[in-house]
Design a protein around this ligand. Structure first.
Ligand SMILES: Nc1nc2c(ncn2[C@@H]2O[C@H](COP(=O)(O)OP(=O)(O)O)[C@@H](O)[C@H]2O)c(=O)[nH]1
Ligand SMILES: [Mg+2]
Length: 207
């Protein structure tokens, strides 16, 4: 993560925090659709398996603090066609500021895959555990309780925190629909706030 100070056209001070955000999770859970919805691109009903690392950049404003506008520039890395290629993933995960781990609320196997995704992510992070949001996507296809219930997600997070000693790591969950757009912007706003707060804390503590 790095902060760069720039001056906007109306001479107001703007600070931009650059961050790499990973979108990971099993095949077909909706990662590309979530990214597309956030970017304002149209929803694609037919499945297009993404090849290579898809990548989008977008700035989100966190508003003004002490007369300076704060922007988080999210470089969103969509794991795309690499779900099955373990060797390609390490490069992909390097230098990440935060991660979305996506599953389909109607497909329990995609939820059961999450711990494996986490272990792969952590394997390249040198023990520094980045903030996470578990995204239960495709809520439009059913009504709660989903096949993977909210209770299961809460229990899963509790157990992870104990098993891997994650008291200080931000782990959240949210339910989205990339089809209706429900909670998509909120999810990106939530991670931007977390990334910013974490950056402030790290800067205070020093290296
Ligand atoms: N009903 C519904 N379908 C979705 C949603 N998100 C993605 N899909 C569909 O699920 C399939 C896989 O989506 P995609 O974003 O390519 O998944 P990825 O492999 O994780 O990138 C596509 O047919 C999408 O149209 C959603 O929120 N609701
Ligand atoms: Mg994809």
């Amino acid at each position: 993560m790095s902060m760069s100070g720039i001056l906007s056209t109306d001479n107001k001070k703007v600070e931009v925090l650059l961050s790499k955000l990973i979108l990971a999770g099993s095949y077909r859970v909706g990662k590309t659709s979530i990214r597309r919805n956030f970017m304002g691109d149209a929803f694609i009903k037919d499945y297009l398996s993404t090849l290579g690392a898809d990548f989008s950049v977008k700035k989100l404003s966190l508003g003004e603090k002490n007369g300076t506008e704060l922007l988080v520039e999210l470089q969103i890395w969509d794991i795309a066609g690499q779900e099955g290629f373990a060797s390609l993933r390490a490069r992909f995960f390097q230098g990440a500021s935060a991660a979305f781990l996506v599953y389909d609320v109607n497909t329990p196997s995609t939820f059961n895959d999450l711990e494996n995704w986490l272990l792969q992510l952590w394997a390249v992070q040198n023990k520094q555990k980045i903030p996470l949001i578990f995204i239960g996507n495709k809520t439009d296809l059913d009504t709660p309780p989903y096949k993977v219930s909210e209770h299961q997600v809460i229990e899963f997070i509790k157990q992870l925190k104990i098993k891997y000693e994650l008291e200080d790591v931000e782990i959240h969950y949210i339910f989205t629909s990339a089809l209706s757009g429900e909670n998509i912007l909120e999810t990106f706003e939530m991670i931007s706030e977390i990334i910013y707060e974490r950056w402030v804390n790290i800067s205070k503590k020093g290296p």
